[in-house]
Design a binder for this molecule. Structure first.
Ligand code: SF4
Length: 488
């Protein structure tokens, strides 16, 4: 008996069953459902195992002639004397996954105006009424922001115009595109542009400009006419009509692949997921992103974020995904975007670059925001938080700070350091870590702490539910065939 009164087994008891011919490689596990676990390694390869398999693996007692042993070995959960290149291969896969971190920052968001003609209840930015020119970005601010854009080491640069409604400051968009293209004659990056717009001001001039410069359009479509008009009100109560007309014109003029749409889930959307997806199909869109509300801007002021919880949203997502799979089984390729991002992480050696599912966080190193007044923020959510009065994630200003001041600021370095899931409580030993990420702005907004307590985190709850669901869907061979086709 030990001095603490507890009985410990002898060392030999632990050694007895061990197969000393193999060594464990770094791995984590997490409960999947009754008695089953997800076992994952550093590069996201995974196995679904039962308790006895998990125990025999960690005790190094797996029979070397078993299929399980060969699965563990081929997926880099263990190595033995025959594993000549196993660790080098694992390191190569790890470097491939982490490559994007060395190629920061590829996405540069220009908030060219805060003016907007819409009055959406859940708007995540603080829009201004459309006659306040004081909220437009100036050419001088844009020029200084562009100088920072091309300091990024990323071989691919995407400039995305946001608002408010960015087409209300179309002259500035034209200026930025022309200046960026001039600068790129020297820098020679893979340069792309996106305008995120409600399409109210999409006319022939804008379309011709987009065609000339290969610009993509991204819009919002929340579902059928009644739902969209209710979620996205504008004077004239015809936002659906305007949006679908804009989508059609863009598809005809620019090509189907040059316009995409995003939806936001409000309380009213929850019972209508099939109809929302049907609306996307009706308008020839080939994917949908089922997104919950974010806790920023007018969504918080109007208490929209309190109207449903993650459990309710997850039921909505699940029903939607089932319906999308049904559509795919009928031969129509149609994708749910968040699932596609997770599948790419689960089934390929590549990282997707999706800002919210990265460790360290993608704040400023995946995407950065230049606000209309020249202030620079770590993410769009950081800007939204600033519009609510909290400038914690303001990194500087294009008018007063250099590239080094901004990207080496304490605010950014502290945020990135705290955002490493590998060292965050709960995440560091979570089996879902290779597919997950970290969202310091979300956790600061909801828990006043950039790391956040994951047991109370909506971010963690949402992702964990989706990971489990998608991994279980992959167990059915026919469904797996469809989902594998979605991997980018
Ligand atoms: S946020 Fe949650 S699901 Fe993601 S790694 Fe951390 S504990 Fe796991």
């Amino acid at each position: 008996m030990s001095p603490l009164g507890k009985r410990f087994k002898l060392v030999d008891d632990f050694n007895q069953a061990e197969n000393h011919d193999y060594h464990l490689l770094p791995s984590r596990f997490a409960g999947l459902d009754d008695g089953r676990y997800l076992l994952s390694n550093e590069v996201g390869e995974y196995l679904v195992v039962d308790r006895s398999q998990l125990e025999s693996y960690v005790k190094k007692a797996v029979d070397q002639d078993s299929d399980f042993y060969h699965d563990l070995k081929s997926k880099h959960f263990l190595f033995d004397d025959d594993s000549n290149v196993a660790i080098d291969l694992l390191a190569l896969k790890y470097r491939t996954k982490a490559l994007r971190t060395s190629q920061f920052t590829s996405l540069h968001l220009f908030v060219v105006t805060l003016r907007c003609d819409y009055t959406c209840q859940y708007c995540q930015v603080s829009r201004q009424t459309d006659d306040k020119h004081a909220f437009d970005m100036s050419e001088e601010t844009a020029r200084k922001a562009l100088a920072l854009v091309f300091r990024s080491p990323s071989p691919a640069i995407k400039i995305e115009f946001q608002g408010g409604e960015p087409l209300l400051n179309f002259n500035l968009i034209q200026y930025v595109v022309s200046e960026a293209k001039k600068l790129n004659e020297t820098h020679k990056r893979d340069l792309q542009f996106v305008i995120t717009s409600n399409l109210s001001f999409l006319d022939d001039t804008v379309l011709a400009f987009c065609q000339e410069h290969g610009i993509h359009l991204s819009t919002s479509l929340d579902g059928n006419e009644a739902l969209h008009n209710s979620n996205r009100p504008r004077p004239g109560k015809n936002s659906y009509e305007i949006t679908v007309k804009g989508i059609k014109n863009a598809q005809r003029f620019l090509g189907r692949d040059k316009i995409g749409a995003l939806m936001t889930t409000t309380e009213k959307s929850l019972s209508q997921v099939r109809s929302i997806i049907d609306t996307y199909l009706e308008h020839n869109l080939d994917c949908i992103f089922l997104r919950p509300l974010s806790p920023y801007g007018f969504a918080v002021k109007n208490h929209q974020t309190q109207k449903y919880d993650i459990d309710r949203w997850f039921e909505f997502y699940k029903e939607g995904l089932d319906y999308i799979l049904e559509i795919n089984r009928q031969g129509h390729h149609f994708v749910e975007v968040y699932t596609q991002i997770i599948l790419t992480k689960l089934l390929s050696p590549f990282n997707t670059g999706y800002v919210d599912l990265q460790s360290p966080s993608g704040a400023a190193i995946a995407a950065i925001v230049y606000n209309y007044d020249g202030d620079v923020y770590a993410s769009d959510e950081a800007r939204m938080l600033a519009e609510m009065g909290d400038r914690k994630f303001r990194l500087g200003s294009v008018h007063t700070d250099s590239y080094e001041d901004i990207w080496l600021s304490d605010v950014l370095l502290d945020t990135l350091e705290s955002s490493l899931s590998e060292s965050a409580p709960m995440c560091h030993d979570c089996g879902f870590l290779p597919y997950c990420g970290t969202d310091p702005v979300y956790h600061y907004a909801t828990q006043q702490d950039v790391v956040g307590h994951k047991a109370f985190s909506g971010f963690c709850a949402k992702n964990m539910k989706i990971f489990k669901h998608v991994i279980k869907l992959l167990e059915d061979p026919d469904t797996k065939k469809i989902l594998t086709n979605w991997v980018r």
